[in-house]
Design a protein around this ligand. Structure first.
Ligand code: NAP
Length: 282
């Protein structure tokens, strides 16, 4: 079997066009969606991520407020800035780019963001809302994965087994809950899983969110499975690769996402979607 490709770039472009149409309608009604993006310090990768987010906002007709702060910014100053943005009715989403310098407690900073403006979906209130199935912002990468499944006609996963490899708070755990809400039977695998290959081979939907280049090989994929590769790993030669060995896995899977051009582009698209949603709800 040779898998069909899930083209994240094309699907993200579709999501962004939908977002732009909603943003234009809100702007015409006198409420332009706005996202505040705060960067602390000069981490090169973070600078690129922030630049990409700001550019994506501009393309979608979302106003962005981009604030860069010195690496030695005091935690109290950052919290004060977030409180001010929470109070500002013209700002609908607030995002603090992670990682933060070690002297700042990232969780405390995230908890300072109003859950109504928590477009990254990392606030404990957003996590709780996901847990109990209430309205709230869902983290962007898992949301992008669910949108990909929807796109290939797998909105309802009743009768299917989803295996998520990785249990981080930003990808693995929230995605597992979203898959559960879509009626899948869900297994979360991690570094303590006894037989990862056997566990993965049971998956009708297999998601890799680990951060280990090519950990998941074709021999670990059930024939016909949907394989979503969240991993972004930089190889020594500078190229990017996922957590899935694309070449061998694509021979066995029914559907597969590439890296780059798969889950990655969906993440920013879903951030824009959350921001427009925050504006519409405000
Ligand atoms: P993370 O916080 O480092 O978590 C990695 C998870 O993988 C942990 O749960 C860990 O298990 C598990 N793990 C590590 N080695 C393993 C192994 N040999 N077998 C099974 N499980 C293993 O990572 P993350 O933040 O979720 O990110 C994961 C990957 O996704 C990274 O490559 C990251 O760059 C990428 N990512 C991509 C996007 C995107 O937009 N596409 C967004 C976010 C992250 P333990 O919990 O037991 O330690």
């Amino acid at each position: 079997m040779t898998a069909q490709l899930i083209d994240g770039k094309a699907l993200a472009a579709q999501v962004r066009a939908e977002v732009a149409a909603r943003a234009a309608a809100l702007t015409a009604a006198g409420r332009q969606p706005a996202l505040a993006v705060i960067l602390v310090g000069d981490n090169a990768a973070s600078q690129v991520y922030v630049r990409n987010k700001v550019a994506a906002c501009a393309h979608a007709g979302i106003r962005s407020i981009h604030e860069t702060c010195a690496a030695d910014l005091r935690e109290g100053e950052l919290l004060a800035r977030i409180h001010a943005l929470n109070q500002d009715p013209a700002v609908h989403g607030i995002l603090v780019q992670l990682p933060l310098p070690p002297h700042i407690d990232a969780q405390r900073v995230i908890e300072a963001i109003s859950p109504l403006k928590d477009v990254d979906g990392f606030h404990v209130a957003s996590a709780g809302a996901l847990m109990v199935g209430r309205e709230g912002f869902r983290p962007c990468t898992p949301l992008g994965c669910m949108r990909m499944l929807d796109h290939i006609g797998m909105r309802d996963l009743r009768g299917r087994h989803a295996v998520v490899v990785g249990r981080s708070n930003i990808v693995g755990k929230p995605l597992a809950l979203m898959l559960l809400a879509a009626n899948a039977t869900v297994t979360i695998a991690h570094s303590g899983t006894a037989d990862l290959a056997a566990t993965c081979r049971e998956a009708d939907v297999l998601v890799a969110a680990v951060g280990r280049p090519r950990l998941i090989t074709g021999a670990m994929v059930k024939p016909g499975a949907v394989v979503l590769d969240v991993g972004i790993n930089r190889l020594e030669d500078g190229r990017l690769c996922g957590d899935v060995d694309f070449e061998t896995a694509a021979r066995v899977a029914g559907w597969i996402t590439p890296v780059p051009g798969g889950v990655g582009p969906m993440t920013i698209a879903m951030l824009l979607a959350n921001t427009v949603q925050a504006c519409a709800r405000a």
